[in-house]
Design a binder for this molecule. Structure first.
Ligand SMILES: [Zn+2]
Length: 496
């Protein structure tokens, strides 16, 4: 099962002096130089190869990266660009860094320098982080079975010059590698990351990180009366679905109640009897992105020696069409006793999450965060640039938006007023799974889920409309984005 996890080789990160010498530069394959917006002559003169770069920049026009080589034996490559004007929030900075680093990596360098000596202290510090994140994202090779795959991920080391403050590089690397883990898992083909494979890889990570692991298979879930989860998994050909429970306990655990991360792990979503058409079904191996984000966040928190106990719950199953698959108008009972009338078999995510939230909730976590590629309605509302957030504590919304701004993983809150429940009234059961017309489905899904969250727990639900984007997002190239990991780390840092 080793091949289900990404290669473990890490980049070597270091911070060099404020000024870079010719001798030092001659030992590096490639340098990325960033200048202030509208650079003055002194800025160009102050960087290696400045004269040629300035001439190239005059030809190319502002806002374009220019490239050159130094006349040393290695022929050290140079890529330079001025910062764009206007306010540079984290997202714009990451987007800028992603594009520039992608160009600098085109020649497959093994060693890379970032030269930021012409920037002011704060810009240099923020940009250094963005460039490191971009290098991790752009250098990362997603899983492929191509027999003649081109060597990617050649980069081995990064050295940063021109930042006066000492940079805290390890936490940046931890977050970037966790994000890549989420991207990797989300990209794996469905015949490799099936429910059994998922369980095996969780076991391997649990061993590596010292997590306790428990697997609630269908038999155990039947004993828990988890009828919502089992309604979805009953259509599978294999009986390998279940809830993976991982627990991280710090060496010196604080007395605070644990934190719980819950992820939707539909390893393939056909839509069930309400079958998806071709194009909507094509990428439904990515419907486990929420669970990948939860798992990757657990990895990052472990590596960061997070001071609190964290439970991670992954709801792993396929959603299949078969003779035994559940049907619209079925009435099922979830583990907390709530009866649910099924309306649409493609709204399976909220069902598996319902039982997973109820079971996770028995430990009365202080805070539960769940992640799910849950609704098309959220994508219609926000596109894939933002994800939606919902919470049972109004006061969290501001902190979530702020964490999104700081991390560059942008989120927007939606309402959670009780009267939305009127759209989920059922005659046959306590609640409808969803409404028949689909309007505001992301809000109704959140209202549905809150019934399974203990009243005493703070709860954040992330509808991951930005889990995957063909054109890329921020520093991340196209495909699975791993969106949510860095947002959560940022949120938890401020949340304490
Ligand atoms: Zn679905």
């Amino acid at each position: 099962m080793k091949e289900l996890l990404p290669p473990s080789a890490d980049l070597r990160l270091s911070q060099g002096p404020t000024k870079i010498t010719r001798a030092e530069l001659a030992r590096l394959d490639q340098a990325v130089i960033v200048l202030p917006a509208k650079p003055a002559d002194a800025d160009w003169r102050g960087v290696p190869g400045g004269a040629q770069l300035r001439a190239a920049s005059r030809r190319a026009g502002a806002g374009t990266a220019v490239h050159s080589r130094l006349a040393n034996p290695r022929g050290t490559g140079l890529s330079a660009q001025a910062l764009p004007g206007g306010e540079l929030d984290s997202f714009r900075l990451l987007q800028f860094a992603g594009k520039l680093v992608a160009e600098a990596l085109a020649t497959q360098p093994r060693s890379l320098a970032f030269i930021l000596s012409r920037l002011d202290g704060e810009s240099a510090e923020r940009l250094a982080e963005a460039l490191v994140l971009a290098a991790y994202a752009q250098n990362f090779a997603l899983p492929t079975a191509q027999t003649k795959a081109k060597a990617k991920a050649n980069l081995k080391s990064i050295k940063i010059f021109g930042v006066k403050q000492p940079l805290e590089l390890p936490p940046i690397a931890i977050a970037a590698r966790a994000q890549n883990l989420a991207r990797w898992l989300t990209s794996l083909p469905p015949n490799r990351l099936n429910a059994s494979g998922y369980r095996e890889l969780a076991k391997q990570l649990a061993k590596e990180y010292g997590w306790q692991m428990q697997f609630l298979d269908e038999k155990k879930l039947a004993r828990e009366k988890a009828g919502a989860f089992l309604a979805v998994s009953q259509g599978n050909a294999a009986r390998d679905a279940g809830i993976i429970h991982l627990r991280y306990e710090p060496k010196k655990a604080s007395k605070q109640k644990p934190l719980a991360l819950v992820g939707k792990g539909i390893v393939f979503d056909t839509g069930g009897n309400n079958l998806k058409p071709h194009k909507s079904m094509l990428d439904m191996h990515e419907d486990m992105a929420g669970s990948a984000v939860a798992l990757a966040t657990l990895q990052a928190l472990t590596e960061l020696d997070y001071p609190r106990t964290v439970d991670c719950w992954l709801a792993v199953t396929e959603n299949r069409i078969s003779a035994t698959a559940y049907l619209p108008r079925d009435v099922i009972t979830a583990s907390n006793g709530t009866t649910i009338e099924i309306i649409h078999t493609d709204a399976e995510g909220r069902l598996v999450l319902a039982d997973t939230l109820a079971i996770a909730g028995r430990q009365e976590p202080e805070l539960i965060i769940d992640y799910a590629t849950l609704t098309g309605a959220c994508v219609y509302s926000l596109t894939e640039r933002y994800s939606g957030v919902f919470t049972n504590r109004d006061s969290f919304n501001e902190a979530l938006v702020a964490a999104g701004r700081r991390s560059g993983e942008r989120v927007w809150p939606f309402p959670m007023d009780r009267d939305f429940d009127e759209a989920l009234k059922s005659k046959a059961a306590d609640i409808l799974q969803c409404s028949t017309d689909g309007s505001g489905d992301h809000i109704l899904a959140a209202r549905f889920l809150q019934r399974f969250v203990p009243k005493g727990s703070d709860w954040v639900h992330m509808d991951l409309s930005s889990a995957s984007r063909k054109e890329g997002l921020g520093q991340v190239p196209g495909g699975a984005t791993g969106f949510g990991v860095r947002l959560t780390l940022e949120f938890l840092q401020a949340h304490k």
